[in-house]
Design a protein around this ligand. Sequence first.
Ligand code: EPZ
Length: 427
Amino acid sequence: MDKFVVRGGNPLLGTIKVSGAKNSALPCMAAAILTEDEVILENIPQVRDIETERKLLASMGAEVELGYGRAQHRTRIKCGILSDPIAKYEIVKTMRASSLVLGPLIARTGMARVAMPGGCAIGGRPIDLHIKGLESMGATVTYDHGYLEARADRLKGAHIVFDKITVTGTEDLLMAAVLADGETVFENCAREPEVTDLAALLTAMGAKIEGAGTSTIKVQGVTRLHGARHRINPDRIEAGTFLIAGAITGGDLNVDACEPKHLGALISKLEECGVKLDVGKDSIRVRSGSGPLKAADISTQEYPGFPTDMQAQYMALATQTEGTSIVTENIFENRFMHVGELNRMGADITVQGRTATVRGKSPLQSAAVMCSDLRASASLVLAALVADGETILDRVYHLDRGYEHFEDKLRGVGAQIRRMGEVFGKK
Ligand code: EPZ
């Protein structure tokens, strides 16, 4: 199992480039199921979850070429024949987003068999809303041996009001609706940029969609979709993580190839803390201000609110601001796994229910720490960048699921970070 060794103390200086969004790329790859033509996706990040999705699509009979045409970040997918429309447990258990193939598989083949994801480190994460929506569209859903099987000769348009805002639920059902018979109206949809990105790809494939990016989406079903070429949005969470890396180390960092419009809530919060940001068209320069950073509260919300996927990284910063920050997690019930590890590094954080109270500023010390999920891992790296001494982070495979060449990118702007591979002494 790979580990990171991080020596704190260096301010990050220079330019760091943001990759394509993993959480856009995953549904966009699943959307290729909807056509027998070729779908070419640009700006696909080279991360573990993308490799898992490649395996998933390939296991169903699709041709998937990552790094197509010698371009490292281009992917070609052709789902000519889907001989085996099954998402097997071995794959779903390693990546919950595998349930994104449910909607497109039924829409394309009339049947989908998908392993039910269990809970995960950050919460129960059920997919009941995906299932309820498909049933409203006429699918019959049955369960056996940990799998759900959904069937429908052709899905029918429906009026679906989500009980709760769900990102992949909105994406999954959107992919089902584009080939359904008639009109589907979705209300209380997720407005995340990843939903808009998927809708742009589907539209390029011939789908008729109105309102993506708002809470009401209308879809006129069509009988066939064709191939398309699409460029994935920049990863707003990776960009946000780098902004905090610049701020926490007191550096001067240009976060390049990002989409500042997708980072509104984080930008306001960092400014409230006293971080200096120069926001450009597709880049943001982050510098430490003149005085010490000030504490500011956050409360995670669906987009355009403060993203739950930035909560852990923000908490690392909050340990370095003067005063008390209240961090409230509203999206997932168990997303404070990083707290214990930050406290082991010298932070002063207490948790009660969905609220964490962070008292700053605490001098952080190096320690051996354990990564528990993707964003918690990033939070620990950020803390390690300012800790006194050498921190060893175990289980960085969590981080590899969603950050492309994280340690190389950080090293390029002056961080002292290296990967220690235990397997056969590699790296
Ligand atoms: C997406 O997960 C992201 N994953 C997550 O990214 C992100 O944290 C999350 O949205 C919230 O922004 C991908 O896009 C692949 P939800 P998703 O359905 O879609 C409840 C990361 O670190 N819910 O919006 O699975 C659910 O339990 C991650 O990159 C139901 O009750 O999240 C949660 O409390 C992790 N029933 C809330 O809704 C359902 O059927 C929001 O979850 C579906 C969801």
